[in-house]
Design a protein around this ligand. Structure first.
Ligand SMILES: Cc1cc2nc3c(=O)[nH]c(=O)nc-3n(C[C@H](O)[C@H](O)[C@H](O)COP(=O)(O)OP(=O)(O)OC[C@H]3O[C@@H](n4cnc5c(N)ncnc54)[C@H](O)[C@@H]3O)c2cc1C
Length: 460
């Protein structure tokens, strides 16, 4: 239970209507997309930067741990409350503080939903490229903390590439600003890049100045069916070796294709399809045929069963809806999804997926792989029954081997979901002790009492 003086101090700082400690309210903030639940001691709803600064000072004075929270759509337990902590929900900080098309930037509070930023940008012929599959409901604060990406990352990069500057409050309750409003700037250390992807473990982000780009005038979509994973992923490697960069290059294996069948998006696949690529190009309408021809030439090769193009707008929407539904659709296979978000160099994808399939066979597991193949970023989902101890043990053996293989191939543990609670036991396999210690020292500087999202990122 939160000590009464701390609760009273939060109420005095924010107003009683922004501090909830009733069981029902706390229950509603006990989880994210991971299956675990930890009920926080209270939930705070700041409405402004000043509120966040005030609550952080109370937390510092009373030594109360804080768990920042966007929409709770994270896959690694980042917003899962640490025991005895207080959730800071940014859902009331939803203001667009400035939209400046002339300088191609927008300034937002962390509770703004990601799609809303893109919608506003497009009203002036601009766009906000990062497009996580959850963009209809996740919040920009969560995207910043996890450095979210999406299908467009293959051409346009991830959240980090669109952050000009931040306003934040550290674990000491200090108010800081990082970065600048211009697209160039090298004044001082790049604290913006440090905060983006830090998973709420250093500071509470209260404001972001984001870069926008001119919106592409036209988009063309291809769907390619292949006889095997290897055939499809060899094609991905060929595409990424030539000059035309697709604006999306998504892969689905056979189980992923089966998972989207209820949407109807796989009704017309040719027989023998065991892997699928969705490829997009964007740009000026007169340039699209050249781009598509170059992509088709690179994609053609062994095992290609069909290339479909010329989709109507509705069919493209249906394809993308099916792709976005995958994260939840695979849950029909088994109740628990052990969801990895591994990246390997694009040229190693085929070998990596062969190894995953080998592990699935060896350990008798249902494994579904799909994802942003153009970045080498695969969502590897081990579908298991948590009450089957033998299956769980086999899954953990397979997972260990898969992660080690990814690292051996020159890959990384997480491309976009982050580390949170779920992957912290693996982090020292990728990051050497001296580097990890430097990260801990940086954390102590921002947050000497360990109040900012404890239990995340670092191994025990
Ligand atoms: C169906 C589905 C599809 C998804 N697709 C993608 C995808 O394509 N790409 C991708 O990258 N992710 C994807 N995700 C994962 C998730 O949506 C992203 O990680 C997203 O960025 C989380 O945003 P959120 O608002 O839900 O944050 P939350 O889950 O609430 O929080 C995420 C992290 O951010 C921290 N945080 C939140 N706000 C702040 C703040 N203001 N200051 C400091 N820290 C803060 C939290 O403490 C936590 O550590 C998907 C999830 C689902 C369910």
């Amino acid at each position: 239970m939160l000590p009464a003086p701390a609760l009273a101090a939060f109420r005095a700082a924010l107003g009683a209507d922004r501090v909830f400690d009733e069981a029902a309210a706390c229950e509603a903030y006990a989880c994210d997309e991971t299956p675990r639940r930890v009920v926080p001691d209270a939930v705070l709803f700041p409405a402004s930067h000043a509120d966040v600064a005030a609550l952080a000072r109370v937390a510092f004075e009373h030594r109360v741990a804080l768990t920042p929270r966007g929409a709770g759509s994270g896959n690694v337990g980042g917003a899962l409350p640490s025991p005895g902590s207080v959730v800071v929900s940014f859902e009331c900080m939803r203001r667009v503080l400035e939209f400046d098309p002339a300088n191609r930037l927008i300034v937002v509070e962390p509770g703004v939903v990601t799609d809303e930023i893109d919608r506003i940008a497009r009203s002036a012929g601009l766009f906000y490229p990062p497009d996580p599959g959850s963009s209809a409901y996740c919040r920009i604060g969560g995207n910043l903390a996890m450095n979210a990406g999406g299908p467009r990352a293959v051409k346009y990069g991830v959240t980090r590439d669109y952050v000009l500057g931040l306003r934040a409050v550290t674990g000491r309750g200090e108010e800081i600003r990082t970065g600048c409003r211009t697209t160039k700037g090298v004044t001082g250390y790049d604290l913006t890049r440090l905060l983006v992807g830090s998973g709420g473990t250093l500071a509470l982000i209260t404001e972001a100045t984001l870069k926008l780009l001119p919106a592409p005038e036209a988009v063309a979509t291809l769907r390619l069916c292949f006889a095997s994973n290897r055939d499809a992923l060899d094609a991905v490697s060929r595409v990424m070796r030539q000059a035309v960069v697709p604006s999306a290059l998504e892969f689905m294996d056979r189980r992923a294709i089966d998972a989207i069948r209820p949407t109807g998006a796989a009704d017309d696949l040719p027989p023998g399809t065991r892997a699928l690529l969705m490829v997009e190009a964007d740009g000026a309408p007169e340039d699209l045929p050249r781009q598509i021809a170059a992509l088709e030439q690179a994609l053609a090769g062994a095992g290609l069963l069909e290339t479909k193009s010329g989709f109507a707008r509705d069919d493209i929407a249906r394809l993308w809806t099916a792709r976005r539904s995958l994260s939840h659709a695979v849950k029909r296979i088994a109740p628990l999804k052990i969801n990895e978000d591994i990246v390997v160099p694009v040229s190693q994808l085929a070998e990596f997926v062969d190894f995953i399939d080998h592990m699935a066979d060896t350990h008798r597991l249902a494994v579904v792989s799909f994802g942003h193949a153009g970045n080498g970023n695969l969502h590897v989902n081990l579908m298991v029954h948590p009450d089957d101890a033998d299956e769980m043990e086999r899954a953990h053996l397979a997972l260990d081997a898969i992660l080690l293989r990814a690292l051996a191939l020159g890959g990384t543990l997480s491309g976009e979901h982050g580390i949170g609670t779920e992957k912290r036991r693996f982090i020292d396999r990728e990051i050497e002790p001296a580097t990890l210690e430097l990260m801990r020292a940086i954390k102590r500087q921002f947050d000497p009492h360990g109040l900012m999202n404890p239990g995340k990122l670092f191994p025990d």
